[in-house]
Design a protein around this ligand. Sequence first.
Ligand code: ADP
Ligand code: MG
Length: 273
Amino acid sequence: MTSATAHPYAPDLSMKPLVSLGGISKVFSNGTTALQNMNLDIRQGEFVSLLGPSGCGKSTVLRIIAGLGEPTTGAVEWPTSDHDASGKALPEISFVFQEPTLMPWATVFNNVWLPLRLKGISKAAARDQVLEALAMVGLDKFSEAYPRELSGGMKMRVSIARALVTRPKILLMDEPFAALDEITRFKLNNDLLHLWEQFGWTVIFVTHSVFESVYLSSRIVVMAARPGRVVNDMPVEAPYPRDDAFRTSAIYNDYCREASAALHAAMEANDHL
Ligand code: ADP
Ligand code: MG
């Protein structure tokens, strides 16, 4: 599946960013400043984690990147993506939420078919693509099962398959494994990394777990709250593929210590509040 060459963890900085956030702020109508002057460039192929305490604006940034929310000031640019006639960028994005949000009355197949169905693709025409997405998450044998018959980890796999069925290039994931037990979370971490190595997506992954961010990411962006902003931007220069041996390595431990210190510093910045 992966070649002997390690996946490059350092993006080519001469390359135009895939997405560029310039001076983003977000003030909600109740007066909450969720983000203030957030600047962030992400390049194609990166696995970036947004790491920060609850309430620091991680979900707000992800929603703005996905086009699900408008920034109050600042701009989101997609220099390398196609744009429509009105100038709106058309990046090929899928979003995975913390809750699997499956339709309980529909089979696994029909849940994964949904994004294609919304594009007018019939069940017959979608069949190969749906089964391919289910195979990617190891659930092709469960296409006729209902969500209630699945474990939490399997439901999340279905949710990921539903995100992959449109063959996106960019995957936005908002604490997708936070509700899972540790063993299941480790398995899904490994499977996600293998898929990323194989398909070369760009992943923007939100987590409040230092360990998860170090294990997965080529780069960790640490955020602080009130107002939400970037306080640290650290590359994780450990080669891929990474596996369970990486979890017990010295380099992993060093990065965990570094990320943990950055997170604590980010939280102390708000101690007076
Ligand atoms: P995180 O995902 O890091 O926990 P969020 O992006 O959800 O943080 O929220 C950042 C801040 O914005 C928090 O103070 C939150 O209460 C506030 N917030 C988020 N969504 C809304 C909303 N729709 N209306 C008002 N305040 C909001
Ligand atoms: Mg959130």
